[in-house]
Design a protein around this ligand. Sequence first.
Ligand code: GAP
Length: 455
Amino acid sequence: MAEPGKVSMEKIVSLSQRRGFIFPSSEIYGGLQSCWDYGPLGVELKRNVKDAWWRSVVQERDDIAGLDASILMHPQTWAASGHLEGFADPLVECKSCHLRWRSDELKDRNCPECGGELTEPRLFNLMFKTFMGPLEEEANVVYLRPETAQGIFVNFQNVLNTTRKRLPFGIAQIGKAFRNEITTGNFIFRSREFEQMEIEYFVKPGTDEEWFNYWLEERRNWYANLGIKKENLRLREHSQEELAHYARVCYDIDYQFPIGWAELEGIANRGDFDLVQHTKYSGKSLEYFDEETKEHFLPYIIEPSAGVDRSVLAFLCDAYDEDIAEGELRVVLRLHPDLAPVKVAVLPLSRREKLAELAKEIYADLRQCWVVQYDDAQSIGRRYRRQDEIGTPFGITIDFQSLEDKQVTIRERDSLDQIRVPISELRTTLAAKLSGESLFVLPPGGSIWKQGENS
Ligand code: GAP
């Protein structure tokens, strides 16, 4: 029998394609480099990640409002933000094989592919350019946004006026961003089209450090509470040379991917950089009026900026496991129930009419609450394996006894425990189990991190 092994990027890519999580974009034409399509299971997983984020930062809080700004923005936005001038990577080209590289990522002065001589570095702007309207001329140039953040800054006054929120408060947004990255790769880790989940949190200057630390803790806990192993998360402070032009301080939340430690989310103290710049370029005042002190001032901004696709990849890598279950080697995705694409599988032991009828009734009932799969093909063992591999937390088996006693068996993905429950209690039992209590128990209250841990 094969031995359980460790997670690798190859295994994640293969599982993703085999089971319909993620496919190369336009695959029938040979794919489009660094673009990816989320298949039937991937789209559920990705939606669940975004929903979990939205729930924790918007729905469950009073101090953050949501936004969905357009991808195309007034071109002046990018002059104000510094992207037109500064959002560039140093590009070098090999004089022999003509491959292009980021010179700041190269260890020596020769082409990593063929050893050929490289050109001098030149700055390459990462924004995708296109034209608004039918005329392809300079006056009509617009850009695909390289971050969602700017849509929030330009709506600061709109949200403030319409929600009448007081400082500190935040605006949250999930949406696509585009970067014409010179080097891409490692599956969905770095692509040219991706999604971000960003919060811009506006605070009174002087309280920014406190709020920065608050968000570091809050965001790190979010990943851990959704099942990411604590030893696979760490905080890393940016050096002075590394800091983006807008940032006073920045930390990355890194995840230990199979390719090594790499950024999952950046948390920056942007000071008043953005509001100063947009005031200057738009001529509109973006000041906040403090009713208590009667002062006008520009708030400082703390920005937790996460990648949806990188989070999906981290959740997949962290959940991937191989073990021996029911006497067989199995691949199992131990995804948190909130993230699992399918929550429950309905598995009748036979296709016989009476049993199938009951199983379909149960299926119809449960799918009103959750994403549920019905599977009656092949042996029950094979069906469990299929569900384990896509992370389904619970399987319901319906046997001939069920016709008599109106009870069914719930099998738990992780513990492999099986319990028998009355059909009339199935919904409530599953609801309690899916709330996560039985799968991931974290200590109540306080920080889940010991002092100095992974920081
Ligand atoms: N508004 C700040 C900002 O955009 P960033 O560190 O450039 O900061 C934030 O991006 C997050 O977006 C990253 O931590 C990462 O998760 C994700 N991200 C950035 N570039 C990406 C790319 N090319 N492919 C996939 N995700 C990316």
